[in-house]
Design a protein around this ligand. Structure first.
Ligand code: CP3
Length: 345
């Protein structure tokens, strides 16, 4: 068994596992070399390319888990969002959902047909090149994917999404219901294809009040988790921004692990979280752009706060950014992989 899988089930490990959100990406020259010749959509839709990019950070750093190279917005695109990734702007959707008639135009094609290339990429990776490194599959949670489909792209404050939620909750609910079905099917397909773990991303939960969080994050997540077909009991992790406020609600979900954002006091959560829930996190990705001394002391703080708890996986508190120097990542991985937890008797 890999250390990632042992830790996610809260079993002891000889040294801590580490992987990084967005570990395949623009900070890697070998990623940029492929990116120069392809659009982002083309990269994720070609199984051979997506598999190669998935492997890049594993080869370079010897991370303890690989994450499938794809994006959470493939599901939006499968449902009919006209999605493009624009240099300097991120995802842009040309036909955002604002009215009931926008909803009727959405596609009914089963996810397993529209996203067959994801299955093919997983099968390719699991046919040998990963060796013993576990492969994490993922999906965006309904609220976060809905946010992009409504807003039409990235946004600081989700103004249009919140307005739609408040003035036309029926449209929001219809979209969320469709996304619950699509997400559960998508995750089930990834499990069937052979992933070893799943991570759900509900990044934009941070914009919600507690009652809104219950309605638009907790309920849809419960519905997704109920519908996922998971005969192999593949462990499931949930990441949100805003975990300082929401982590104890998320800990009541039938998931194995909480991925904590960088704002959370990880020592506090490690002391309070139920012992059957693993924790993952939570270095501020900005620290990777500071000095080696700052990095080392921040990593030590996290290791001392949570490293001796059965069920801890080191990660960032959000995705790695394109400006991170590679040697800082090497240092991070070396320091974490040298850490041998001491468990209380
Ligand atoms: O973690 C991994 O390495 C796996 C791949 C992965 C990507 N995106 C690759 C990517 C994963 C798990 C995601 C998740 C994702 N995508 C989230 C949830 C987590 C988070 O970061 O909050 C969200 C909100 C998205 C939507 C998205 N995709 C945005 C906002 C952007 C633009 C931002 C940016 O960095 O440009 C993307 C594009 C994207 N997804 C890139 C990568 C490597 C950059 C694409 C490029 O090369 O131009």
């Amino acid at each position: 068994m890999s250390r990632y899988i042992e830790a996610v089930w809260c079993r002891p490990v000889d040294r801590l596992p580490i992987w990084l959100m967005r570990q395949a990406g623009r900070y890697l020259p070998e990623y940029r070399a492929i990116r120069e010749r392809h659009t982002f959509m083309n990269m994720i839709q070609t199984p051979e390319i997506a598999a190669e990019i998935t492997l890049q950070p594993i080869r370079r750093f010897g991370l303890d888990a690989a994450i499938l190279f794809s994006d959470i917005l493939t599901v939006a695109s499968a449902l009919g969002s006209k999605l493009e990734f624009v240099e300097g702007k991120g995802p842009v959707i040309d036909n955002p959902i604002r009215t009931e008639s926008d909803l009727t135009l959405l596609s009914q094609t089963p996810i397993r047909d529209s996203l067959h290339y994801v299955r093919e990429c997983i099968e390719l990776l699991q046919s040998g090149p990963l060796g013993n490194t576990p492969l994490i599959g993922f999906a965006g949670a309904p609220f976060t994917v809905a946010s992009y489909m409504i807003q039409g792209g990235s946004s600081k404050d989700l103004t249009l999404v919140k307005r739609l939620m408040l003035t036309h909750p029926n449209i929001m609910a219809d979209l969320i219901d469709r996304l619950v079905l699509a997400t559960a099917d998508y995750v089930s397909m990834q499990i069937e294809a052979g992933v070893d773990g799943i991570q759900l991303f509900d990044t934009w939960a941070i914009h919600l009040s507690m009652p809104e969080f219950e309605e638009w994050v907790m309920s849809p997540l419960k519905a997704v988790l109920n519908r996922i077909r998971n005969p192999r009991r593949v462990p499931i992790t949930i990441f949100t921004r805003g975990s300082a406020v929401f982590w104890n609600r998320l800990a009541t979900l039938p998931v194995q692990c909480l991925s904590l954002d960088w704002q959370v006091d990880i020592k506090g959560v490690a002391g309070l979280a139920p012992s059957h829930i693993a924790l993952q996190g939570n270095l501020d990705p900005m620290v990777l752009t500071a000095t080696p001394t700052v990095l080392s002391s921040q990593v030590t703080r996290i290791l001392q706060s949570a490293g001796n708890r059965p069920g801890f996986i080191f990660n960032l508190g959000h995705g790695i950014t394109p400006d991170v120097p590679i040697d800082m990542v090497t240092r991070l991985v070396e320091q974490v992989q040298a850490y041998q937890p001491v468990y209380e008797a």
